[in-house]
Design a protein around this ligand. Structure first.
Ligand code: KIV
Length: 303
């Protein structure tokens, strides 16, 4: 134990840790949301979310890609650094992108370490159950808490034939249960359940001793996660059935920006209150229209 000269200040809220999350099994439900930048992270942290996930969904949400596969470890680390600066209370989870952990458990430990060292993440998340349990075990032994992710695993979109509900039918149900069990045994502190029937999610939740965090998995999980732009109604295309929008910020942004465009064009913005004190009052009035303007002069920007 060391004392640190970098204080968080006596009034800083207590950070949510991986053990805190683990201890919430069956307790007050956990609220997790994604964020990819400082501004959004500061707002959702202020709103009291327990965890902020720097998801590889950033490929689709921030980069406009069709799926998450091209996202790199450096990109997750870059966005996570910005998020971590804003998260005064929420626990910051960094997503391990496609092919940053699948190759070997050594690669998995190195990638997790990079998200902690370069991305300031407090834990990592990876997709996969039984097949990657050994990788989870190694990362946890290296001192990095791991959140698992089973059910619909978007990094397997090609193998699954699309983004489809998982866990339908006896074999598929058994697979999701076995995957979740394997993650718990490997030391995962929580498990995301994505796009599975609610009754299966309830069975998984009852059969593991760590919290489950659902997305499209019904109400009987230990917590829920949403992508921030879904939660805030910022998407313009199709949004999944489970993505409840708590605001319509997309429409609000378009309407506000339209007003700005109109006011710039009409000369209503900037008004006097948005301008600095003039040097000479007679030259500080409203914008001069094209017709009134003097013929263009060549002005050197250096003087
Ligand atoms: O990348 C992501 O945002 C996720 C959540 C949907 C759980 O994995």
């Amino acid at each position: 134990m060391y004392s640190s000269s970098i204080g968080r200040g006596p009034t800083a809220p207590k950070k949510v840790t991986a053990p805190d999350v683990r201890a919430r099994k069956g307790g007050p439900a956990l609220a997790m949301v994604t964020a990819y930048d400082f501004t959004m992270a500061r707002l959702v942290d202020e709103a009291g979310v327990d965890l902020i996930l720097v998801g590889d969904s950033l490929g689709m949400v921030v980069q406009g890609l069709a799926n998450t596969l091209p996202v790199t470890l450096d990109e997750i680390a870059y966005h996570a650094r910005a998020v971590a600066r804003a998260a005064t209370r929420a626990h910051v989870v960094g997503d391990m992108p496609f092919m940053s952990y699948q190759v070997s458990s050594t690669q998995a430990v190195e990638s997790a370490g990079k998200l902690v060292k370069d991305g300031a993440c407090e834990s990592v998340k990876l997709e996969g159950g039984e097949d990657f349990a050994e990788h989870v075990w190694r990362i946890v032994r290296a001192g990095v808490p791991v959140m698992g992710h089973v059910g619909l695993m978007p990094q397997s979109v090609h193998a699954l034939g699309g983004f489809k509900v998982q866990g339908r039918g006896d074999d598929a149900e058994a697979k999701v249960l076995a995957d979740a069990k394997a993650l718990e045994e490997a030391g995962a502190y929580a498990i995301v359940l994505e796009a599975i029937p609610p009754d299966l999610a309830a069975r998984v939740t009852a059969s593991v001793g760590v919290p489950t965090i659902g997305i499209g998995a019904g109400p009987r999980c230990d917590g829920q996660v949403l992508v921030c732009t879904d939660l805030l109604g910022m998407g313009r295309g199709h949004s999944p059935k489970f993505a409840k929008a708590y605001a319509q910020l997309g429409d609000a942004i378009v309407a506000a920006t339209r007003r700005y465009v109109d006011e710039v064009q009409s000369g209503a913005f900037p008004a006097e209150e948005h301008s600095y004190k003039p040097n000479r009052a007679d030259e500080s009035g409203p914008r001069v229209s094209e017709q009134e303007r003097e013929p263009a002069r060549v002005v050197s920007l250096r003087h």
